[in-house]
Design a protein around this ligand. Structure first.
Ligand code: FAD
Length: 491
């Protein structure tokens, strides 16, 4: 087996991994990053769009896995979008250099300060709102769509209709910032540059326009000359050595998923940034197979960030409609968070199916009153998730309230076209928690019971943040790595 020694190793190239890499590289440290997915930029393979799914569409699957569009057959390839299926919930995640930033909708939402304080009572909210959130906005290249463009552009009819209907029903709407470059979008509308958001590209990757992590944090980190990214390298398990260093068993694959080399990596400092589900799997599996020490809080306080999908069909499709042409980049939301009885936020989501399906799609984000727990099932060798309908009861009530109020004001029916009973309780894009900051780790993400292991990703957030999470994940990672470096943890 090939053995590599790397002083500092990061597993995963999503938000937490990319922030850690940049700040460590800037501090002059050499960093090796292992990513199980493909380096798409280096491969030269283009991303496919939603209407013609190709290589990038799914992680080693024979069929597409996008919600509502799982009809296309595929040749298994290490694509960008993966889905982990549990009994009551399906969790979508991004794979590839850039992690979730490759597949996500780019919605860059800062949480409400009052909710941030409730979720993280021990953090200095002032510092976050004055320093880390503005820093993250700058690094991630967050921007906002021009109102005139939004008003005129046929690709945003779904947003205009969604907002008008929400107002008629008495809801408050908000403009949602994004990392997609809206100046690029205005040019693509005029056909001055190749189309991406207007060419149904998003959840299988964007060839243009979207400032995913490979264009921001990771690019800056690579430019220092201190970062090496090894793609198609999947960490299988971790061992703690007697001298408190770590040994990783790693499988290198080709793009068909076939293992081409079994490798061993030794490191002194290890950062787990494999995303909530990836990090939990590594910790819990390593505990099961290698007796790897883990703290009792690992796996606890897991949540779906209140994700709950629902939709509406128009009773009279011809009188309304959301438009045959739709941008894949959401820019509108409904903010009902202050309602004591039905607090939720919902994205007015696109449904770019290439025709006017007269259907509105909403991804609700609710509070998570009852958290779940993740553990490792040694017999079936997979993660198991303690999560069922009882965890989503209130979310369902909110969705029902929302749809009824919208239909009463505007007409329409709950969408049975999109979901069996009109409710998608099992759709989760935002798995969070299981390795909560200050509980399973110290105040800066250093894992309890370990001297040289850090967790810096979505698993630090206790199951809920009230809005789409990557801005918060990035800000928490900035805060943690800054303090860890200041404390000479990587000296
Ligand atoms: P990730 O970004 O998930 O990165 C983890 C990386 O680790 C991945 O690249 C993975 O391949 C790699 N990895 C995992 N296990 C291993 C292993 N064993 N060995 C090597 N590598 C490994 N959030 C928003 O804020 N706004 C949005 O608009 C939005 N839209 C979304 C749309 C979709 C379809 C999806 C799926 C998610 C969306 N999200 C959105 C959620 C957001 O993308 C995630 O919350 C975010 O990416 C999580 O960041 P992370 O750093 O925790 O990990």
């Amino acid at each position: 087996k090939e053995i590599t020694d790397a002083p500092i190793l990061i597993i995963g190239s999503g938000y937490g991994g990319a922030v850690s890499a940049l700040r460590l590289c800037e501090a002059g440290k050499k960093v090796v990053m292992l990513e199980m997915g493909l380096n798409w930029e280096k491969s030269g393979i283009p991303f496919s769009n939603m209407l013609k799914p190709g290589k990038s569409a799914a992680w080693l699957k024979k069929k597409t896995i996008a919600p509502f569009m799982n009809i296309f057959s595929l040749t298994p390839f290490t694509g960008t979008l993966d889905r982990m299926d549990f009994e009551h919930i399906n969790i979508w995640v991004g794979r590839g250099v850039g992690g979730g930033s490759l597949v996500n909708g780019g919605m860059a939402v800062t949480p409400k300060e009052s909710y941030f304080k409730e979720v993280f009572p021990d953090l200095d909210a002032n510092k976050f709102y004055n320093t880390y959130f503005p820093l993250v906005h700058k690094e991630l290249k967050v921007n906002v769509i021009g109102e005139q463009f939004l008003k005129d552009c046929p690709y945003y009819k779904f947003t205009r209709v969604g907002e008008a209907e929400a107002h008629k029903a008495g809801f408050k709407t908000i403009r949602v910032p994004n990392v997609y470059d809206f100046q690029y979008m205005e040019k693509e509308y005029k056909n001055e540059v190749p189309r991406s958001a207007f060419n149904t590209e998003v959840i299988y990757g964007n060839n243009h326009g979207k400032n995913s992590l490979d264009k921001t944090y990771l690019k800056k980190a690579l430019d220092t000359g201190n970062l090496e990214i090894l793609d198609l390298h999947c960490v299988d398990n971790i061992k703690l050595n007697e001298d408190k260093t770590y040994t990783l068993n790693v499988q290198q694959t080709d793009t068909s998923g076939t293992v081409v080399a079994d490798k061993v990596f030794n490191c002194t400092k290890l950062i787990l940034a494999a995303g909530t589900m990836g990090t939990l799997k590594l910790l819990l599996k390593s505990n099961a197979v290698n007796n790897f020490p883990i703290h009792e809080q690992i796996g606890k306080s897991w949540g779906n960030n209140g994700n709950f999908m629902t939709g509406r069909n128009w009773v009279k499709p011809l009188s309304g409609g959301t438009g045959a042409k739709q941008s894949t980049i959401p820019v509108g939301g409904i903010d009902n968070w202050e309602d004591k009885e039905h607090p939720f936020f919902t994205e007015i989501a696109p449904l770019p199916m290439g025709m006017d399906v007269a259907t509105a799609l909403y991804l609700l984000i609710n509070r998570v009153d009852k958290k779940g727990e993740v553990s490792y099932d040694s017999i079936n060798k997979k993660l198991s998730l303690n999560w069922d309908q009882s965890n989503t009861t209130k979310m369902r009530e909110n969705a029902d309230y929302f749809i009824k109020k919208m239909n009463r004001a505007n007409g329409g029916t709950r969408s049975h076209f999109l979901f069996n009973n009109g409710f998608g309780a099992d759709v989760c894009y935002h798995p969070l928690g299981g390795c909560v900051l200050g509980k399973a780790t110290n105040e800066y993400g250093k894992l309890n019971n370990h001297d040289n292991l850090y967790v810096l990703d979505g698993s630090l957030i206790p199951g809920t943040i009230g809005v789409n999470p990557f801005v918060t994940i990035t800000a928490i990672a900035e805060y943690c790595i800054e303090n860890l470096i200041r404390q000479n943890e990587f000296a």
